[in-house]
Design a protein around this ligand. Structure first.
Ligand code: CTP
Ligand code: MG
Length: 229
């Protein structure tokens, strides 16, 4: 079984919208519903779960009541979020492990990336089935300065070796659960980082420049342009 775990437990501080950004309309439809649409309509996705902050669960349920997502089922349809992304992901994975099989594949995806394509989803499923762990990413276009002290250029890594992380990141459920359980408390940016910290290889899947994470107010018109092009 292939499961989409949608992380919608953040508050969207940088968007400064007065409500979590995943509930903002993007071209007339709430961002989170657009993200759910992408997975609901994908033929290889069997089940969907959403992680959401407890104080926004009622709002989410009222949105979902007006929709008919066939794949949002069982006790994991809406899961309480955590204080940060890692904790939200862990809670989602733990809840899924109670109802799903250890070798099921889970695609962990940011609710704030409503423009994810079916091609990326398919490629993530195939790579995770083959290797156990993968993450979508795109080559960086800017030269990146590495500045360990924040004020002076330390070194300039070869751009050809640098990729910007996106989501989905897809894993065998037991593998990502084990990585969360073995987490040593050091800050990690995402789920792929948890595996890498334990020496587990994560395959790169080509992302897409359009698969942006809507983060700042200026990202909304860009996403709307992509949606209407
Ligand atoms: N996320 C989550 N639980 C958290 C924090 C983040 O599920 N406690 C989710 C967000 O809802 C988002 C994804 O992780 O879909 C990526 O995080 P980000 O873009 O940083 O969203 P926010 O944390 O909500 O935004 P900000 O950092 O600006 O506050
Ligand atoms: Mg954040």
């Amino acid at each position: 079984m292939n499961i989409a775990l949608i992380l919608a437990g953040g508050t969207g501080e940088r968007m400064s919208a007065g409500l979590p950004k995943q509930f903002l309309p993007v071209a007339g439809r709430p961002m989170l519903l657009r993200t759910l649409d992408a997975f609901e309509s994908h033929p290889e996705i069997d089940r969907i779960a959403v992680v959401c902050g407890a104080s926004w669960a009622a709002h989410l349920r009222s949105l979902l009541d007006a929709e008919c997502y066939r794949k949002l089922t069982g006790g994991t349809a809406v899961i309480d979020g955590g204080r940060d992304r890692r904790e939200s992901s862990f809670r989602g994975v733990e809840a899924l492990l109670r109802e799903c099989a250890p070798d099921d594949i889970v695609l962990i995806h940011d609710a704030a990336r409503p423009l994810v394509s079916h091609r990326i989803i398919s490629d993530c499923i195939a790579a995770a089935a083959e290797q156990g762990a993968c993450a979508a990413a795109i080559p960086v276009t800017d030269t990146i300065y590495h500045c360990p002290d924040g004020g002076r250029i330390g070194d300039i890594p070869d751009r050809r070796t640098l990729f910007a992380a996106q989501t989905p990141q897809a894993f065998r459920l037991s593998l990502i659960h084990g990585a969360h359980c073995a987490w040593n408390g050091e800050p990690v940016t995402d789920d792929a980082g948890l595996l890498l910290a334990q020496g587990i290889p994560v395959r790169l899947v080509p992302g897409d420049v359009r698969n942006i994470k809507l983060t700042n107010p200026g990202d909304l018109p860009l996403a709307e342009r992509y949606l209407t092009e």
